[in-house]
Design a protein around this ligand. Sequence first.
Ligand SMILES: [Zn+2]
Length: 141
Amino acid sequence: MDQEDMDLRDYCILESQRLETFKSWPFKADAPCCVSKMAEAGFYWCGNEHEIDTVACFVCGKSLDGWDANDDPWAEHKKHAPRCAFVNLGRAEKDLTVAEWLELVIQIKTYLINKQYDQMRKKVVKYCERKREELIKSIKG
Ligand SMILES: [Zn+2]
């Protein structure tokens, strides 16, 4: 699997993994919108030095930025991604049942497998088109 096939969601299934992604964040630990609350609400950091408050959800993939120190990460998640399976459970990882947690993992893995399949399929189609053109060219001499 090459770099473009990688998806951060695969590495952010656990709250502790999401927490580790935060290389920078504009608000302190005592703010309602702190790093630990962001990770708890399903977000991992995908920002950069210019946009330090860009995050995405490990289940639905919704990307959000423009956070305010007093924002409630759970409320914002629900507002912008009302169909997300994680936000609809509405509980931190430690409060989920094993069955609920596994259902989320299955959803993420299914999404990733489908995405990989699409990428591989596109590569094969492109390869076949190129070979077809080469063949036509060689026949025409
Ligand atoms: Zn979500």
